[in-house]
Design a protein. Structure first.
Ligand code: C5P
Length: 231
């Protein structure tokens, strides 16, 4: 299966997002709706994105007691979403409860675990008691999440090879931090090209500004897909 392309809708208004939805139909299969748009425009917006012809990755990074997360997964089940994130650091009991709720209410939904946010440097990690280096902590959380039933994770493309080697075959690995060769890095520092990420084992890549800020977003998205298809 070629690596799939996901566009994050990091956009403040629906009016600004709609032209992109129209333009990229048939070129980008997935849209990521995160906290910015979900907290502002809610479930109606998720439905509108899905109705525009996209698979929706709802990136809410759930993290609470097991019962509350399970109820949230259940409450989201009428929505046309295909992927949903939760924080793996919520622990095995939270993950198992979420997974049971997902299997009962929305069997086709893929629950993805977030491991260590890339905004966490060594000082931030130590402040919350994570004393290992990031790679070790990411692997520990992913293995814990996998044992508790998660079938996919969000991670940096630089962690993909290690996770692929340490998780069951078929685990989905979704990676942001992607920049086509020659593209502006923006605020991303640990990056890979789409082709390298695909060859390392990313099953999905999340690419925002290289598409949204391009003079021709459709051409930019097509070029990335061509790179993924030939990886
Ligand atoms: O524009 P860009 O390609 O950098 O967008 C990447 C997307 O992935 C953004 O929505 C960003 O918040 C998200 N993300 C990330 N790095 C992570 C997790 C999420 O860049 N570790």
């Amino acid at each position: 299966m070629p690596t799939e392309l996901i566009l994050p809708l990091d956009i403040p208004t629906r009016e600004a997002a709609r032209p992109l939805l129209k333009q990229l139909q048939g070129t980008v299969p997935w849209m990521k709706v995160g906290l910015q748009m979900f907290t502002a425009f809610g479930t109606d917006w998720v439905k509108e994105v899905a109705d525009s012809g996209y698979k929706v990755f709802l990136d809410l990074k759930l993290h609470d007691i097991p019962n509350t997360v399970a109820k949230a997964v259940e409450s989201l089940s009428p929505l046309p979403i295909h992927m949903l994130t939760l924080h793996t650091s919520g622990g095995p009991a939270m993950i198992k409860a979420a997974r049971e709720a997902q299997q009962a209410s929305n069997p086709d939904l893929l629950l993805l675990g977030v491991t260590v946010l890339t905004s966490m440097d060594a000082a931030q990690m130590q402040a919350v008691g994570w004393n290992d280096d990031a790679a070790t902590q990411v692997r520990r959380l992913a293995q814990t999440g996998s044992a508790a039933g998660l079938q996919g994770f969000v991670c940096s493309p630089l962690e993909v090879a290690d996770l692929k080697a340490n998780l069951p075959a078929g685990t989905q690995l979704v990676t942001p931090g992607i920049r086509p060769a020659g593209a502006d890095q923006g605020d991303q520092s640990r990056i890979m090209t789409p082709g390298d990420a695909a060859r390392a084992g990313s099953t999905h890549i999340v690419v925002g500004r290289p598409i949204t800020a391009a003079a021709d977003p459709v051409a930019a998205a097509r070029a990335i897909r061509a790179e993924l298809d030939s990886a």
